[in-house]
Design a protein around this ligand. Structure first.
Ligand code: MG
Ligand code: MG
Length: 276
């Protein structure tokens, strides 16, 4: 069953999501070659708790960490480890908080230093596809219109692999609510979008083929061909007929620009979607 949110609930979910954005921005300030994902996870947990919230992922179905930290061929759900990040890596930082009973969920992929042009393009196109999907989140459209827009831009136009096994989702009092929000599908299919729907849209896009497997840790999803994968996620509400983005990449992109260890060639958060 889909739980549609009131105005006040949406504003609570916005607060949760802005805390997630601030948390990812904190990590964007310190990501550099030599830092471990375990260190990043600890900074994130402290930041979230210091702001009166709880990590939404830690303990969720047994997931052991505050963030999903997915490096290179890891698509999503990567564990924090004592391995050091290095120049040329890409890392998806996905985290969630529970604040005042409401969940925020957002993700961003960073590149450490110089990365090949084809990986730069993967990051840019994946982020663009997120905004193209968001643009379709209007009253009268259906879930399939969001899915189609993402697939069209990534798979049809650029030949990337769109992960089938994982999807976006409703978000609210729970981290994962109905409906599922796939990154592939047919225009005009699925449920009709209406005011009060709050969903996380999260393209997971592979440079190579779409196939993935789950690593021995039981969580980390990895590309079967070993090629890199990108992941960007916003939580959005359908309000007054159109999409209202509840998370924000602005603080993250600001930190990314100011961190000399990070490569930034992505479209800015406030890029007019109409221009894409
Ligand atoms: Mg997420
Ligand atoms: Mg999510």
């Amino acid at each position: 069953m889909i739980y549609y949110k009131t105005h006040d609930e949406i504003e609570q979910i916005r607060k949760s999501n802005l805390l997630v954005s601030a948390c990812i921005a904190e990590l964007a300030k310190i990501i550099k070659p030599g830092i471990t994902t375990m260190q990043l996870d600890q900074v994130a947990e402290t930041f979230i708790r210091d702001h009166g919230a709880e990590p939404a992922f830690k303990g969720y179905k047994g997931f052991p960490y505050t963030c999903c930290l997915s490096v290179n061929a890891a698509v999503v759900h990567g564990f924090a480890t004592d391995d050091e990040l290095k120049e040329g890596d890409i890392i998806s930082v996905d985290t969630g908080v529970v604040l005042n009973g409401f969940v925020g969920d957002s993700a961003y992929t960073f590149a450490l230093g110089e990365i090949p042009n084809e990986v730069q393009q993967l990051l840019r196109v994946t982020k663009e596809s997120l905004y193209l999907g968001i643009k379709k989140a209007t009253v009268g459209n259906r879930i399939g219109d969001i899915a189609w827009a993402i697939q069209e831009h990534t798979e049809k136009k650029h030949g990337y692999g769109v992960v089938r096994e994982l999807t976006g989702h409703g978000v609210g009092k729970k981290l994962h609510e109905e409906p599922e929000v796939p990154n592939y599908g047919k225009r005009g299919s699925g449920i009709k979008l209406q005011d009060g729907l709050v969903i996380a849209i999260e393209p997971m896009i592979n440079l190579g083929k779409k196939d993935v497997f789950c690593a021995d840790d039981g969580w980390t999803i990895v590309t079967s061909d070993g090629k890199p994968s990108a992941h960007f996620e916003h939580s959005i509400a359908v309000r007054k007929g159109k999409a209202d983005i509840l998370s924000s990449f602005k603080p993250i992109e600001e930190a990314e620009r100011l961190n000399p260890n990070l490569f930034s060639a992505n479209v800015p958060a406030d890029a007019p979607v109409a221009a894409l």
